[in-house]
Design a protein around this ligand. Structure first.
Ligand SMILES: Nc1ncnc2c1ncn2[C@@H]1O[C@H](COP(=O)(O)OP(=O)(O)OP(=O)(O)O)[C@@H](O)[C@H]1O
Ligand SMILES: [Mg+2]
Length: 381
């Protein structure tokens, strides 16, 4: 049996990255364009499972392919300290490889992952900017530069991000070959951008990641399956494609479970019909639960009220169901839009952004209603 090529795991790069060519092209061009290119400072936002982490990995790979050094980090406490260590280590690796007779371009530095710790921390942490400057000196002599990626940005890491932003701003002003790519949930990023000490980040090019077109999903499913020596019938492919809703995480989940349910070389409709419920179940226990856990009880009651509708919900009607004035309901609405959980569809209407969240809420309504009882009017935030 050929191996299952799909990767339904947070942060895991998919076998085929669907629908992101334009974004990647813009980033690659920015690396080529030189210092000051706006695409060298980017922020990816979007709901859970849309592929933010994967995009950071991709831009990191693009940079590596151009001979750049990429330092990949997550916005947890100690971010700048970890970056300092990584810079020191990169310098050390480059220095030892720039001994006479060796060239920098022959060195491939590993992408330093989020859990990076040095076994032997530098005895003296030389000043961050000086070290960075030295690293950039070495890289620029070889026509390359440094990319820093930071995942899961949020207000909690404000101090570290401020230090990082100030440093990068300084380097950009000096026309250094540096690029910074950040990623976070829409509400987390807008919180940060509204922070007065982080105004510099408002200049970043924002990339809002959305679902991808179904025809691309269909092509990717077929190609991925074929690459492993299996095939899929047309009706099965249509059904599987529809079940993804164009949502990137669901592409991997559907692909993975449909692949498992098929016996022979051909994936047929029966395999898809058995695989899709398994994929949905997994989506619930990963994405839906996490997305709902990020929210307050009152926000969840708004979503529960929306889940009564088959499609988009009228915000006036949702307010009535909640027994709230439209004014109060509109503050929940705004928060949920900022969190990337719902989106306005037209004036006065909203819909879920994450596929099957409606169904998930209906199936688990009792649990969330119970939790929100007593959270109503008095604790309204
Ligand atoms: N463009 C894409 N095409 C196909 N699959 C994708 C794409 N983007 C992401 N995926 C898949 O979707 C899943 C989620 O991706 P990722 O972890 O990057 O999302 P995220 O936006 O970082 O989510 P979170 O907010 O929870 O961190 C992974 O299994 C990944 O392989
Ligand atoms: Mg992520």
């Amino acid at each position: 049996m050929p191996r299952n090529p799909f990767k339904p795991t947070a942060g895991a790069s998919p076998p085929l990255l669907v629908g992101r060519d334009d974004v990647l092209e813009e980033f690659t061009e920015a690396l080529e364009d030189g210092p000051g290119a706006p695409g060298r400072l980017v922020i990816f936002t979007g709901p859970r499972g849309v592929g933010k982490t994967v995009m950071l990995t991709e831009v990191g790979d693009q940079a590596l392919r151009q001979g750049w050094v990429t330092l990949a980090e997550t916005a947890t406490p100690g971010l700048v300290r970890r970056l300092q260590h990584a810079v020191t280590r990169a310098l050390h690796d480059l220095d030892s490889s720039t001994a006479p007779g060796r060239s920098v371009t022959s060195v491939t530095l590993p992408v330093v992952g989020g859990g990076f710790t040095t076994t032997a921390p530098p005895t003296a942490v030389v000043e961050w900017r000086t070290e960075l400057g030295r690293l950039l000196d070495t890289l620029e002599r070889n026509g390359t530069g440094l990319l820093i990626t930071v995942d899961e940005v949020h207000k909690g890491a404000r101090e570290d991000l401020r230090d990082l932003a100030a440093t990068v701003q300084h380097l950009i002003r000096e026309d250094r070959n540096v690029a910074l790519a950040l990623a976070g949930l829409p509400s987390a990023v807008s919180d940060l951008l509204n922070d007065d000490v982080l105004t510099f980040l408002r200049r970043a090019t924002p990339f809002e990641l959305h679902d991808v077109p179904l025809d691309r999903v269909s092509d990717a499913l077929r190609t991925t399956i074929a690459a492993e020596g299996r095939s899929i019938t047309d009706d099965a492919l249509d059904e599987a494609t529809c079940a993804t809703g164009g949502y990137p995480f669901m592409i991997q989940l559907v692909g993975y479970h449909v692949w498992r349910k098929a016996d022979g070389d051909t994936i047929d409709l029966a395999a898809v019909q058995a695989g899709v419920p398994a994929a949905r179940k997994r989506l619930g226990s990963t994405v839906h639960e996490t997305a709902l856990a990020d929210l307050s009880d009152v926000d969840r009651t708004y979503l529960l009220a929306m889940s009564h509708d088959e499609g988009e919900s009228s915000t006036g009607e949702v307010a009535r169901r909640l027994g709230e004035t439209p004014y109060y309901a509109s503050t929940y609405r705004a928060r949920l839009i900022a969190a990337g959980v719902i989106e306005p569809t037209r004036r006065g209407y909203v819909d879920f952004t994450i596929p099957y969240l409606r169904e998930y809420l209906r199936e688990h309504a009792a649990r969330y209603e119970m939790a929100s009882r007593g959270a109503g009017r008095h604790t309204r935030r």
